[in-house]
Design a protein around this ligand. Structure first.
Ligand code: HEM
Length: 500
């Protein structure tokens, strides 16, 4: 090795040591675990399988600890009784904007001047609730009907073979896109519906290529080839969702109208608007398809659960004048009277929703825990809550937490079960699929009714079966922890057809 190379190596090592300046635990702080690699700390294990890593750390340190991950100190809190206080802390102490803004730029190239997530949320909230929610739910039923039954009716009326994730993801995303971003023409004609079908399929297939690369994109670990692919896919999506193209669409939702107005008021260029609209496509459509996939898969693998849901459907629909395939909307009272399906959905989300809830620590502060302990947090650190581990997979709260039990959220009298306990104390939030506090999902009412409508349509109008009965429930794609709904490592082959 030449002198120059040796000096370079020494300088790099010195820099690494300076960067790490090994931190020590101060009195009152949570246990500190720096891992064995300077600066990187636990980054590799964290990136590989965060759930296993945090489980191991929890066994070692308890329900609060600080770990070093790629130069950042992350305090992980896993006591569900203590979540509530944290998620409502004011932004001046625990900030939820900075990380959102960072990810928005890194993943979707979106930079908005004077951007305020709270203001944006305040604008969006009314467009996803009450009367507007009713309108969205009705439009979604029409669109799901067209996409699911229209596709299945194409070609010979026989069995179609596909992947279950692809079936669920494409149906919900395409219908969701048409519902929020509008359709070709109003009133709709057979020709305009065919164009809606083709255009929404283009949006789905392009989006899905990006979706598959998002975990790597968020972690900054794309290969050169991936980078080229991401930029060409994004370019295509920006064209598909450009404000100029959207301007000609009919039946646009009040959510879209309000969001576009908000972007115009921020003085954002048309190019940046298109990027923001792609970001919103992900935020609004990235989770429903995977949720429906796990739900239907659990039903297909659990005949007792499937029979219970079918029985409930028959009970709520027996008075209906038409079969579901001929309905133009699904009556709200049908949707509101399905405690078995609600329990199945809750159980599915308990097992498969794994978002991170993150905050930047803005000031040195004391964080009280629900059991009376208090810990000091350091300014500049990050706080992470991971409800997937607790409460959702916590054996103290749920018996056999890995197992799908369709009636876990049902009382003996058939009503919704809401009382779950840890350490003898009732939990306020016993599952947290929608995030919490300042970050809670605004679309949860719409998402719930959309997934339920999709399941009702599939079960009433289609025959759906696993391609082979010995298909196992696939493992998770571990890179998706932190993003919302987990996705499977590989799709599950199924066949389906519209009931004759
Ligand atoms: C199963 C389906 C869904 C799940 C599990 C889900 C979950 C979540 C979670 C965990 C967050 C918090 C993200 C964060 O930490 O910032 C979130 C935020 C949000 N969700 Fe959902 N979501 C779903 C569907 C939807 C739908 C259908 C819509 C709208 C039509 C929607 C709109 C939003 C919005 C606007 C936010 C706020 C984003 C922000 O804070 O910037 N979501 N969702």
């Amino acid at each position: 090795m030449s002198w120059a190379a040796l000096l370079g190596l020494l300088a790099a090592l010195l820099l690494l040591l300076l960067l790490t300046r090994r931190r020590t635990r101060r009195p009152g702080e949570p246990p500190l675990d720096l891992g064995s690699i300077p600066w990187l700390g636990h980054a590799l294990e964290f990136g590989r399988d965060v759930a296993s890593f945090l489980t191991r750390m929890k066994e070692k340190h308890g329900d609060i600890f600080t770990v070093l991950v790629g130069g950042r100190y992350v305090t992980v809190l896993l006591d569900p009784h203590s979540y509530e206080a944290v998620v409502w802390e004011p932004r001046s102490r625990l900030d939820f904007h900075a990380y959102a803004v960072f990810l928005m730029e890194r993943m979707f190239d979106v930079q908005l001047p004077h951007y305020s997530p709270s203001e944006e949320k305040a604008r969006m909230r009314p467009t996803l609730l009450h009367r507007d929610l009713q309108a969205l739910t009705e439009a979604m039923f029409t669109n799901l009907h067209c996409i699911l039954l229209g596709d299945a009716a194409e070609g010979p009326r026989g069995w179609r073979e596909t992947g279950l994730l692809d079936l669920c993801y494409s149906s919900l995303l395409r219908a969701g896109y048409l519902t929020l971003y509008g359709v070709e023409a109003s009133p709709r004609t057979l020709q305009s519906q065919a164009r809606d079908s083709a255009h929404s399929a283009d949006v789905y297939h392009t989006f899905r290529q990006l979706d598959l690369l998002l975990p790597k994109l968020a972690r900054g670990s794309l290969s050169m080839g991936d980078k080229d692919r991401v930029s060409s896919v994004k370019g295509h999506l920006w064209k598909l969702l450009s404000p100029v193209r959207l301007a000609t669409r009919a039946q646009r939702s009040s959510w879209l109208e309000s969001y576009l107005l908000h972007l115009e008021e921020l003085g954002v260029s048309e190019e940046m608007q298109a990027r923001a609209l792609v970001l919103q496509l992900w935020a609004t459509q990235g989770n429903m398809g995977p949720a429906a996939f796990w739900l239907l898969l659990f039903l297909l693998k659990n005949p007792e659960a499937l029979a219970a849901v079918r029985g409930e459907l028959e009970r709520v629909l027996w008075r209906a004048e038409q079969p579901v395939s001929q309905m133009t909307t699904l009556p709200q009272k049908v949707l509101d009277n399905m405690p078995v399906l609600d329990s199945v959905l809750n159980e599915t989300l308990r097992l498969t929703a794994a978002p991170f809830i993150t905050r930047e620590v803005v000031v040195d502060m004391a964080m009280p825990m629900a059991d009376g302990r208090e810990f000091s947090l350091r300014r500049g650190d990050r706080l992470l809550l991971f409800p997937f581990l607790s409460p959702q997979k916590d054996p103290d709260i749920y018996s056999d937490p890995e197992i799908f039990k369709y009636n876990r959220f049902l009382n003996a009298d058939g009503s919704e079960k809401k009382d779950f306990y840890k350490d003898g104390k009732r939990l306020k939030s016993y599952t947290v699929p929608w995030g919490a506090g300042h970050n809670q999902c605004l679309g949860r009412g719409y998402a719930t009714s959309s997934i339920k409508q999709f399941v009702v349509l599939v079960l009433s109008c289609c025959e759906l079966e696993l391609a082979s009965t010995d298909v196992e429930v696939p493992e998770f794609d571990l890179s998706r922890y932190g993003f919302g709904l987990m996705q499977p490592e590989q799709d599950v082959p199924v066949r389906y057809r519209v009931r004759p």
